[in-house]
Design a protein around this ligand. Structure first.
Ligand SMILES: [Mn+2]
Length: 322
């Protein structure tokens, strides 16, 4: 083939890289509307020890207090991630998968009809990934899943600094085993979290119990602006092993309607992304994004922002490695 013909030829269409691509540093263009979806089209694999980041869906929503549905979150977020898998990342301008090996390990196997197996099920499946040396990136599921995830991370890394984005503090007193508004109090009582070096961002609900975690509310973010808030977060977490737990309801319901316990007055998508993109200097050892409830979503608004937040977190990790 002559050079000219080569230049003008249309590249052959490929598809289904989620199961046909066996090179973790490679990705190819495929139609956004077709093919089996994995998160960002990353190959499905259980070879944890060959990966820098392992993505796992945790489709559990039996601890919700209001609207259920986030057991369908992992599937919806994977589906919404297709557009982000198409081009080099924005605003970073590079391909994170030329730097990091990222696999999608599918969903954790959990039996909601045997609730007594849920905590150990999440703990054991997440420990297997963490102990392989890879970072675990979990897609919920309701926020309760953070409790067994923190348990697994604290066992591997010691007590952790929690960076929590949320409309709710989730440190209320529990009235039962499974409650997505109480698991951080439980984690504190069990010594999984280092209270003095943890921080909650975007809160806009009240709790009579002050557990001692530093808080930045949504109104404070609106008033002070992003640079001032970022400065506080970075100063508080500097040098620590940070676990990022991101409840999508930190966003205002206008930006994330598809969630179980929406609260007005929250953050806009751009505010959240600006804060997140400023966290490059943090040592983030693990990450969960929770509470996306597709039955209450419209036009994939919530799933798209959730996929973007996760995508940007992967880019931060890539920036740190490059
Ligand atoms: Mn929460």
């Amino acid at each position: 083939m002559s050079k000219d013909t080569e230049k003008n030829s249309i590249p052959s269409l490929l598809s289904d890289q989620s199961w046909k691509n066996d090179d973790l540093y490679r990705r190819f263009h495929e139609p956004t509307y077709s093919g089996a979806t994995s998160f960002l089209r990353r190959p499905y694999s259980l070879a944890y020890d060959k990966a820098d980041i392992v993505i796992a869906g945790i489709p559990f929503d039996c601890a919700t207090t209001y609207r259920p549905g986030c057991r369908l979150g992992p599937r919806a977020v994977r589906s919404a991630s297709v557009q982000l898998a198409e081009l080099p990342s924005f605003p970073f301008g590079f391909d994170p998968f030329s730097i990091l090996r990222v696999i999608d390990s599918g969903d954790f196997i959990l039996n909601p009809h045997q609730p007594e197996t849920i905590i150990s099920g999440i703990y054991e499946q997440s420990s297997a990934i963490i102990n392989s040396g890879a970072s675990l990136l979990s897609i919920g599921g309701d926020h309760f899943i953070s409790y067994p995830l923190l348990k697994a991370h604290a066992e591997a890394f010691g007590p952790i600094s929690l960076l929590q984005f949320d409309a709710h503090c989730d440190t209320w007193q529990s009235i039962g085993e499974f409650d997505h508004g109480t698991m951080f109090l439980r984690a504190i009582n069990e010594g999984l979290i280092n209270v003095e070096s943890s921080i909650q961002v975007g809160l806009r609900t009240h709790n009579d119990i002050d557990v001692g975690i530093k808080q930045i509310t949504s109104p404070q973010i609106h008033e002070k602006g992003i640079p001032a808030v970022l400065e506080q977060i970075l100063a508080h977490l500097k040098g620590n092993k940070v676990y990022l737990s991101f409840d999508i309801d930190v966003l205002d319901p206008a930006y994330a309607p598809g969630t179980g316990t929406p609260v007005s007055g929250g953050l806009a998508s751009w505010q959240v992304l600006e804060i997140l993109r400023g966290l490059t200097s943090l040592n983030m050892i693990g990450f969960d994004l929770v509470e996306v409830s597709p039955p209450f979503d419209h036009a994939e608004i919530t799933s798209i922002v959730a996929a973007t937040i996760i995508h940007d977190w992967i880019c931060l990790k890539a920036l740190q490695k490059s």
